[in-house]
Structure formats: C-alpha cells, structure tokens
Design a binder for this molecule. Structure first.
Ligand SMILES: [Cu+2]
Length: 360
C-alpha cells in the first residue's frame, strides 16, 4: 500500500483559510430546490448507513475500520474474479494474493474504461459499495465507509489531524525523509507497498498549480453549485484541465511521486483511496442533489482519450447512459449506472452526514 507518502511541490503553501472554514454547501435530499428528482424510492431505504468524516469517528470506530481492511488483506484471493481484459497492459493476476488485492486488481483491470470516461463516478460508487460490503460480510466491519474531507486540510495538509500514528486506530502520520517517506506508523504501517513507479506527471498545462489550491472549500462549493444539468462539465470541474483538478491533485498530494495512491491503476492499494473516493462520491451526491437537473445527469463515452482530455473529459466512443453496465470483474455483482444514481434508492442505502452538523 502506499506507505510511501512524499510530497510534490504541488502539495503545500497557500494558507488562505483556516482549517475549520468548512462552509460547504451541503444540500440534503429534503432540501433540494423543489424536493423532487431523487429519493423517490426512499421507502425501500428507511435506515441508511451513515458515512462520516474520519475525524468524527470514535477510536473504536476507527479501529473497526482499520481491522476490517487488515482482515481483507489477510484473506485469500477470490476464485470468482474474472478479469474483463479491458486493460491490455494489465499484469497477470497473482492468484496467491489477497482478497484486498483483488480490489486493486479489478481497478487495474478496468483502468481505461473507468477513468476520464462517463463511467468514472458511477463505477467508483459501486466499487466503494462492493468494498464496504466485503468489509461487513467477511471482516466484521460494523460501520459505514468513512470519508476524508480534504477541504478541511487545504491550508496545510501536513498539519491534517486525519493522519495520526495511533498503532491501532490511526491512518499513519505523514512520513518524512528520515524513512524515505515510507509510512511507518498507524494501523497500516506493515501493509505492502506495491511500488508502482511514477504515473504522473501528466503533461500539465499549468505545472505551477498548487494541488491544495484545488482542494479548498470554495472550490468544492463552486463544483457543487456549478455545471447545472451538465455531467461532463461537472466531471471536468472535479478532474480539472489536463487532470489538474481536485480529484487527481488529491491522489498526487497524498501519494507523492512514488506512492501507490498516486498511480491511476494501483491506487486502491493504499487504503486512503477508500476515504478519498468516498469524499468524491459525496461530492457527486451533493452535486446530484443540488438541483433536480443534476440528479440523473450522465454523459460521455466508454473510451478514454488522454491526448484530448480537455475536449473529452468524460471520454469518447460508445455513449454512456443509465443502461451502461458497471463491471465488477465477477468479484461483485455488475450493476447499471441507473442503479447507482440514488444512494438511498433501494439497491444502495447510505447517506453522508451533513458536515456542519457534526464537525468536530
Ligand atoms: Cu479509480
């Protein structure tokens, strides 16, 4: 797993606002402009599990999550997994690996069709659900997937209180040069590091852009309130021009030049992936529920075009619709995009706590 976190120069500085300047515009389904457009099946989800920010969890709840991840990393790989073969460059699967590694593998397996395409948000929503289900069903996890609200840390991510050294309940303190930026503390300190090699830098159009300038509460609010009814514009606002937006920047700032989570393919190998992507799923949900026009908006194609990424931020080729299948490589059931629009729609049944109500 990452356990090798260093920093690009993109990660720091810009002390613009205090860490508690979390003025995110959170719109709960019941508070959408006309209260319609989503949650129509809420009667089938009367008791959603509630995903909360990592720092609001008790020590026991944090430990329960970390124990669950460690458990998955000790169970044998699933005999059911069948690669889709979408990624022709994918390495052969090591079937003597672990169940946790299976999740990394299916992310690698679908690499090109899952990122910078119209599948990105819905596929990752299902992926998180599959992982959370495995934690619960196979490893005694009793909570809901936590998220890392990185907007609280945009002023100084190194001072983030989300990362601490508690050997049983901590995500690990930020490492430094003394350990070659390898994470040596926290509950994941002894998980393996894949050493994926460098996947970034991308050809940045603005190489001086600071990663944390994309992670601010203001940017979050602009994303949530913008791109009305236009899914492709929304995704572009999250991924950014030449992939310099909030999503890729957070991968890079958490993983540094060589960390697992920096690598587009192997990023789930670092458990921070789950908290980072729960935050992005929460961002999509806030945008969906900001206006009824957003709720079932989907666009783009199934094929990545990194050369013309600014022209096709949600891909090209076969159009992505509510009927498009989200493949889970037989590790988990496939679903259609339309099945995951509503996180409280019957198939999915969870919600995100409203940050301002519970922030500590
Ligand atoms: Cu991904």
């Amino acid at each position: 797993m990452i356990l090798n976190s260093s920093f690009l120069s993109v990660a720091l500085a810009l002390a613009l606002q205090g860490a508690n300047a979390l003025s995110v515009s959170v719109v709960h389904p019941s508070a959408t402009p006309d209260g319609s457009g989503q949650g129509n099946n809420n009667s089938t989800c009367s008791n959603p599990s509630i995903r909360r920010e990592w720092r609001t969890l008790s020590r026991d709840e944090k430990k329960n999550f970390i124990d669950g991840v460690r458990c998955l990393s000790q169970l044998p790989a699933s005999p059911d997994l069948q690669p889709t073969g979408d990624n022709p460059d994918n390495q052969p699967r090591n079937t003597s690996s672990t169940l946790y590694d299976d999740f990394v593998y299916i992310h690698m397996d679908g690499l090109q069709s899952l990122h910078v395409t119209g599948r990105f948000f819905p596929w990752h929503r299902l992926f998180l659900h599959a992982f959370e289900s495995h934690l619960k069903n196979q490893c005694g996890f009793t909570g809901a997937l936590p998220y890392w609200d990185f907007t609280q840390d945009s002023a100084n991510i190194l001072a983030s209180t989300a990362f601490d050294a508690d050997p049983e309940a901590g995500l690990g303190a930020w490492p430094d040069a003394s350990t070659n930026f390898t994470v040596t503390t926290g509950g994941f300190r002894d998980l393996p590091y894949l050493d994926p090699g460098v996947s970034f830098p991308f050809e940045y159009s603005d190489p001086e852009l600071e990663a944390n300038s994309t992670q601010t509460p203001e940017n979050w609010q602009n994303i949530v309130g913008g791109s009305r009814g236009n899914f492709t514009a929304f995704q572009l606002s999250v991924d950014g021009h030449r992939l310099q937006g909030m999503h890729p920047s957070t991968h890079v700032s958490a993983g540094g030049p060589e960390g697992d989570v920096t690598n587009l393919a192997t990023s789930p190998s670092d458990p921070i992936f789950w908290l980072l992507h729960a935050q992005l799923d929460r961002l999509w949900w806030q945008w969906q529920t900001y206006h009824p026009d957003n709720f079932e908006a989907i666009s783009g194609g199934e094929t990545q075009d990194l050369v013309h990424v600014d022209d096709f931020p949600t891909g090209t080729g076969t159009p992505v619709t509510a009927n498009t299948t989200l493949f889970m490589s037989n590790l988990f059931e496939d679903k259609k995009i339309g099945d995951v629009f509503d996180i409280m729609g019957g198939y999915l049944c969870y919600d995100y706590v409203q940050p301002n109500a519970t922030q500590v």
